[in-house]
Design a protein around this ligand. Structure first.
Ligand SMILES: Nc1ncnc2c1ncn2[C@@H]1O[C@H](COP(=O)(O)OP(=O)(O)O)[C@@H](O)[C@H]1O
Ligand SMILES: [Mg+2]
Length: 428
């Protein structure tokens, strides 16, 4: 049996030394001698203290001091330790197993088993590097996929917006043609009616019978004329001339124009001028109409005792300087279904004779033609803020280009604060 074990140890490819409880070598194999270039044969090692000939020579290690310390620590602890890595001066990696043997509780010596782990370690290192490369490639690919996904989502959104803008552009073109023709045809007869009625009224004595009725005809004809004028504004296709305009006086004019309507409805009008407002290069008359439309809608939406607040502040958008004008009311808010349509021409929720549905459509057209944007924040029962952003300077090319990141008013949630933005479509 002992012979068999001896033969087995002799034939191992691992280098083996067995020392007894006194630290004397009682077993050693040829593989140990080959591995450490021992000047003594395996048999010649027997009977010598392990620390003299059974430990590889210091010069065999890449870091002799460290290696010696590790052997000392293992021998001192007498605890089994496996796969201790030792680097040799000729670039090999040796894995050392330290295996103490106990007979009952009594220490009976120990095995030192050295295996050449160079190839295994190299393979492990290669696998580690390959794994690392693979992980990096996966991470890169994941990153690329995420980016493609984002781009795809962006494209989809832009497509949706473009579609919406095309639909809007189509509607506007059709409506524009109809309105231009109709209002032109109506303008002359209305002018004549108003002229005659006013002529007759001038000649009539204040008490003349029928005067009241004629005055009513005049009022209604004037209302029609006003409507026709708005329609003509709406369908006007030529861009108006732009010049430097100070916003302060413009807002004051709007407040003056809206004061009567506000008084009638018992609504307070307020203007918060927080910071110095830069001048804008705009068609002041158009911006005045746009703002007046927003203020007028805000007054309409308010209950008696409500308020409309105008707040103006400088604001850059996509690296363009500009101004943001917020018109906030404390009115009804806008429901989801209505919100989707408020910019449609002729869409109104107001009774016949009160609403025309032109205001916001026209406002949007004006803002777009200035390269600006308009969005809505609304909460039902709380109120609405219409936010109009205008660039300080027109940038005619960009003004005609739809912006990509705007949101559609049709996708709004009206129960919570919602935001809708509508941007330039280049339809005119
Ligand atoms: N501030 C607001 N609060 C609530 N609803 C509003 C507000 N502004 C606009 N709207 C809604 O948008 C619709 C369209 O407005 P607009 O185009 O100005 O036409 P009009 O005022 O003639 O109805 C209004 O009828 C109203 O339902
Ligand atoms: Mg209106």
């Amino acid at each position: 049996m002992a012979d068999k074990v001896g033969a087995l140890i002799d034939n191992l490819s691992s280098g083996v030394i067995f020392e007894d409880e006194q630290g004397v070598i009682i077993e050693a194999n040829p593989a140990f001698c080959r591995m450490w270039h021992s000047p003594l044969g395996a048999d010649e090692l027997l009977g010598h203290p392990v620390t003299e000939v059974g430990w590889p020579p210091a010069a065999a290690f890449a870091e002799p001091e460290i290696a010696r310390q590790r052997l000392l620590t293992l021998a001192g602890a007498r605890q089994p330790k496996f796969d201790q890595e030792l680097r040799t001066s000729d670039g090999r990696i040796i894995a050392l197993d330290y295996v103490p043997v106990r007979v009952g509780d009594v220490y009976g010596g120990c095995f030192w088993i050295y295996r050449d782990a160079t190839e295994r370690k190299r393979a492990e290192e290669e696998i580690r590097i390959l794994n690392h490369e693979l992980e990096q490639r996966v991470a890169l690919r994941t990153h690329e996929l995420a980016r493609s996904n984002r781009e795809l989502a962006n494209s989809l959104r832009r497509l949706g917006e473009t579609q919406e803008q095309l639909i809007h552009a189509g509607k506007m073109a059709a409506v524009g043609t109809l309105v231009a023709g109709l209002s032109h045809e109506l303008n002359n007869p209305l002018g004549i009616i108003v002229g005659y009625v006013q002529g007759i009224l001038r000649r009539m004595s204040p008490e003349a019978p029928g005067r009241e009725s004629l005055a009513a005809v005049e009022r209604q004809a004037l209302r029609c004329a006003h409507l026709v004028r708005s329609l003509l504004d709406f369908s006007r296709s030529k861009p108006a001339t732009r010049e430097q305009a100070a916003l302060g006086p413009l807002i004051e004019r709007v407040l003056e124009l809206a004061a009567g309507q506000a008084r009638q409805r018992g609504v307070e009008l307020r203007w918060l001028a927080r910071a110095p407002i830069p001048e804008l290069t705009v068609c002041a008359q158009e911006i005045e109409s746009a703002l007046l439309n927003l203020v007028s809608n805000a007054i309409d939406a308010n209950p008696t005792g409500g308020s409309v607040m105008i707040a103006v502040s400088p604001a850059a958008h996509r690296n363009r300087d500009g101004v943001e004008i917020n018109v906030t009311d404390t009115g009804t808010g806008i429901s989801r279904g209505v919100l989707a349509r408020i910019f449609d021409p002729f869409f109104t929720t107001k009774p016949v004779g009160e609403g025309t549905g032109i205001g916001l459509s026209l406002t949007r057209q004006i803002v777009e033609s200035h390269g600006g944007r308009i969005d809505v924040r609304t909460a039902e029962g709380v109120g609405t803020t219409m936010r109009m952003w205008l660039p300080s300077q027109p940038e005619s090319e960009a003004d005609a280009t739809p912006e990509s990141e705007s949101k559609s008013p049709t996708r709004m949630n009206s129960t919570s604060i919602a935001a809708a933005s509508v941007v330039g479509t280049g339809t005119h």
